[in-house]
Unconditional design. Structure first.
Lengths: 334, 334
DNA sequence: TTGTACGCGTTATCAC
DNA sequence: GTGATAACGCGTACAA
């Protein structure tokens, strides 16, 4: 009943050759034609496949890349990963995906797990990954690519969106449409993307010679509930602002809920710009104007960069790829 | 620069003990107190961690579970996985997540990948996984749990939602509210869940002595576009149906887009019931009445079942867990 | 309780 | 082109 996995030895025995020859065949070296046939038939009849644990132990390469994201329920993250995976797979790499459930502690643990499993490289959307771990990895020649936000120490390659200009352009869009009191729902200010997005808001005000009213800036936590709460508080201070810009997907979701609940007519009573996720934008009425991040490009760029690093190309390290966002116009801005 | 990973030998040398002792310590056996201290300090100063490849090679266990889903962008799937992961982690297991991008071929390849990496067990949302592979795995004592839909051969444990009754209850809700011409947008009829959901629709008609009009049944492909198309065609045959039930999340998304575009007033002109995803339901106006699947329970049940199997408990195999769905009432039904 | 010696399945280095 | 054999790092008899 319990079936023990066949090994190269078994294949060698069955085909009357040595393990060395079989191993060579398995690794793409040339073998005498008739031996090739023997080996192939032996493999088939034994249903043999190489033990990648043993192979990894020997070669120190596993042809596996680890991807670490905050949460599997973060659609932004998983979308990027699916592009990463596609590119890597085309180059013979498998992908192991882990999530750390928004916990820096778990993040560090999972990072260890991946290193331990001998991931040849790691792509991570970092939170509080210890700098030491990154340095360790780099020293062991395991390339690390950071996506969406830079690592604290900035010692590693990073691929991200141009958050500052994303925000700048969105708010500028509102300004050129005649809005003057523009509310913004930001993320936590200890998070890089949130800082950048606020910076864009501030800078465009400066460039247009507009005073920033502190009351127009509200801080959420990038979660649905906080988007809902902040939006509601904007609405309750009726008339304070004539437009609101929400700076991530989850908070956009919450803000729309609040708008619906309070029966605010968009864009007549209030203009609105959201973030990420085109599906959400087209499913609500009126269609939302939103900032769209270059999800596909982020994924592809990160994967290709990693592949270069895996091939020993260390030019330009640490590299920074800052990709442009787009403003998709719906009908939520007057 | 290039740092070679320390081994048990190194730890043994540094602590003046043998590899055997160190190994015992690492595996939780008791060691003399002063030796324990020596070992721990050696481990720390070397920054040692066990090579899990070597360990796995030796023990045939990796404490790793593979999870295989159709797509990372399938929020239903990833939500389940996040619950699976939480439970497994509490029991010392790591999780490797793979997606097969909706391709049965890739699905089989990734399954091999997981088996090959010595996943101790596998949880899969299957599409066209070869029965042979499943049997092979079971023979090698690697438990396989199917989620969301049963495997073709039905030889393996499965945890899923009660799709038939989900659909039955949704349509019954429409009937008791006075609807008689009820449209349904189904999934592809070669997919299990789609079959079951249609079955519920048919059965409730039967039970209420209502004739089923073939024209009220439209077949999509579970994708956004098809939900949009089918909904539009219902709308165009104006008056055909006075309610529409959409049977998965993506098609619900598409259907809502069509409704918005055609300016159909819900529920005045048309009653509507969607599927999955509470966020979508609360974000559109009016809030949608939807079928909610027991995502958390599916994940937890699958993980716990797998843990039992991993511990050698084979009672009741192949087990079937059919979990109840709920109908969340919004304001989209008249 | 501790140490020695060997095996796990594979690859790489030699000789042939 | 092929075959014998020494690693890779860990777990575990077995003996001490």
């Amino acid at each position: 009943m319990f079936q023990i996995a066949p090994t190269i030895k078994d294949v060698a025995r069955l085909s009357g050759l040595s393990t060395a020859t079989v191993s060579k065949y398995l690794n793409g070296f040339s073998v005498k034609e008739q031996n090739r046939i023997k080996i192939e038939s032996a493999i088939k009849s034994l249903n043999f496949s190489v033990n990648s644990l043993a192979r990894g132990l020997k070669t120190n390469r596993t042809m596996t890349v680890g991807v670490l994201i905050p949460s599997l329920e973060n659609i932004f993250a998983t979308s990027i990963v699916s592009h990463i995976e596609r590119v890597l797979q085309e180059h013979g790499y498998s992908t192991i995906i882990c999530d750390y459930n928004g916990s820096a502690k778990l993040e560090n643990a999972k990072f260890d797990f991946l290193m331990n499993r001998f991931a040849d490289g790691i792509i991570i959307m970092p939170l509080g990954l210890s700098e030491e771990k990154v340095r360790n990895a780099l020293e062991k020649d395991v390339p690390i690519i950071s996506i969406d936000r830079p690592m604290k120490n900035r010692e590693c390659d990073v691929v991200l969106a141009d958050n500052m200009n994303a925000s700048y352009n969105a708010v500028e869009h509102l300004i050129t449409r005649g809005h003057r009191e523009i509310g913004i729902i930001c993320g936590p200010q200890d998070i890089y993307t949130a800082q950048e997005r606020l910076k864009g808001y501030l800078r465009v005000h400066e460039d247009y010679g507009m005073q920033v009213d502190e009351k127009n800036i509200k801080y959420g936590d990038y979660g649905i509930q906080s988007g809902y709460d902040m939006m509601k508080s904007f609405i309750k201070e009726s008339g304070r602002v004539d437009a609101v810009f929400v700076t991530n997907y989850e908070m956009t979701l919450g803000a729309v809920m609040a708008i619906n609940e309070m029966n605010i007519r968009i864009p007549d009573e209030l203009s609105f710009i959201g973030f990420d996720n085109q599906h959400l934008a087209t499913v609500v009425k009126p269609n939302l104007t939103i900032v769209v991040q270059p999800i596909r490009q982020i994924g592809e760029c990160a994967a290709e960069l990693l592949l270069r690093r895996l091939n020993g190309d260390k030019t330009n390290h640490p590299a920074v790829y800052r990709l442009k966002t787009e403003l998709h116009e719906g009908h939520s801005v007057r």
